[in-house]
Design a protein around this ligand. Structure first.
Ligand code: PLP
Ligand code: TYF
Length: 393
């Protein structure tokens, strides 16, 4: 039986990790996988996470199963963090295996509710979105997103394309810090998106994997909150991997906003059912760390302060890189790097130029020229800037 299996295409981002490890050159620079690294190149355990883990170790008396949908403390704390004003009578929630698990369960839920749904995804998007939909056999179409000329959003293209989504179709949107481009919608543009969805009855699925990495914890959730207030049905898949730095704990959440309480109860039941079909109970440790932090004023303040340091470090690197490139190129054509938000920017280089950065300068980025800003530090920014110019980008 097993010999019938076919080789699976590797994830292009995860493949890069292995290639980087195998490179023996001194001074190699990893701008691949989206993991935050401090200026020393370390992905730290956040202070509040350590403190919460200690508290859990000291006080936890059982590791018996949680609920199928996860612990209410976690789901309520996350609802407040993401939505702020929580419409409790309309909100169903499900603890999931990371943000990826939340996306998977959101798509499963959509398919259960509307087997004919087509999913609209941005072009480009996080490769895992496409891979999961292909695996599930879900029909999907891409909407225009990235303007290769300006390295901003092709908003006219986006509007025209998402307007084709019909009632009950799903429009997958990145709530902030678009992966892989770093180009984002303004609040005015989000308003227009909401109006299009209001008119068509298509349902937004918001992937919120970087709250706190762009313009701030509240600012990064503003679009999601506005959509949640305006539209009758909304799905939100949030990840705690980045903003709590608990990648390997696999902590995420799916929210489903329903039109009324009866539909909310149906959604809640189906969501718990989906967890049971896949892995029964969701993992608890990361979720408990998150709820411990979010429900304690001192821990929350310390966590928010450290997250702010992380965000500002990335912003500093963005402006340093944009300014080095302005000097070296004698033009403003790289200014978009300072305007992008989140961990990533898409340079808009050709695959050959990306390959040249790897072969000539030992600089690793994803083949579509996505670079992880957090892979840089003050000293490597000038090295990258020089290499970008040398590669003819
Ligand atoms: N969505 C996007 C756009 C991402 O970049 C990521 C990656 O980390 C995720 C979702 C899910 O992350 P995780 O499953 O690690 O929580
Ligand atoms: O885009 C990234 O780099 C992160 C990490 O299958 C990641 O989102 C990459 C690929 C993957 C899971 C996580």
């Amino acid at each position: 039986m097993l010999s019938n299996l076919k080789p699976q295409a590797p994830d292009s981002i995860l493949k890069l990790i292995e290639e980087f490890k195998a490179d023996t050159r001194q001074g190699k620079i990893d701008l691949g996988v989206g993991v935050y690294k401090d200026p020393q190149g370390v992905t730290p355990v956040m202070r509040a996470v350590k403190a919460a883990e200690q508290r859990i170790w000291e006080t936890q008396t059982t590791k018996a199963y949680t609920g199928l949908a996860g612990e209410p403390e976690y789901r309520n704390a996350m609802a407040r963090m993401v939505l702020k004003d929580v419409p409790g009578d309309r909100l169903a929630s499900l603890a999931t295996v990371g943000g990826t698990g939340a996306i998977r369960q959101a798509l499963e839920l959509a398919r259960l509710a509307n087997p004919g749904a087509t999913v609209y995804v941005s072009n480009p998007t996080w490769p895992n979105h496409l891979s999961i939909m292909k695996f599930m056999g879900l029909p999907f179409v891409e909407y225009r997103y990235f303007d290769a000329e300006t390295r901003g959003v092709d908003f006219d293209g986006l509007k025209a394309d998402i307007a084709r989504a019909g009632k009950g179709d799903i429009v997958l949107l990145h709530g902030c810090c678009h992966n892989p481009t770093g180009a984002n919608l303004s609040m005015e543009q989000w308003d227009e998106v909401a109006a299009i969805l209001e008119k068509s009855g298509a349902i937004p699925l918001i992937d919120l994997a970087y709250q706190g990495f762009g313009d701030g914890l509240e600012e990064d959730a503003a679009a999601t909150r506005m959509i949640a207030q305006r539209l009758p049905e909304v799905l939100i898949a949030a990840s705690c991997s980045k903003n709590f730095g608990i990648y390997r704990e696999r902590t995420g959440i799916l929210f489903a906003l329903a039109e009324n309480t009866a539909a909310r109860d149906l959604a809640q039941g189906s969501m718990a059912f989906l967890n049971r079909q896949n892995y029964s109970f969701p993992p608890d440790h990361g979720a408990r760390v998150v709820s411990t932090i979010l429900t304690d004023d001192a821990l929350r303040a310390d966590w928010a302060a450290e997250l702010e340091e992380v965000r500002n470090t990335m912003l500093g690197l963005r402006s340093q890189l944009a300014s080095e490139l302005r000097d070296l190129s004698g033009s403003d054509r790289f200014d978009f790097i300072g305007q992008h938000r989140g961990m990533f920017s898409r340079l808009g280089a050709t695959p050959e130029q990306v390959a040249k950065l790897k072969s000539d300068a030992a600089i690793y980025m994803v083949g579509d020229s996505r670079l992880n800003i957090a892979g840089l530090n003050q000293h490597t920014v000038p090295v990258l800037a020089r290499a970008i110019i040398d590669a003819g980008i």
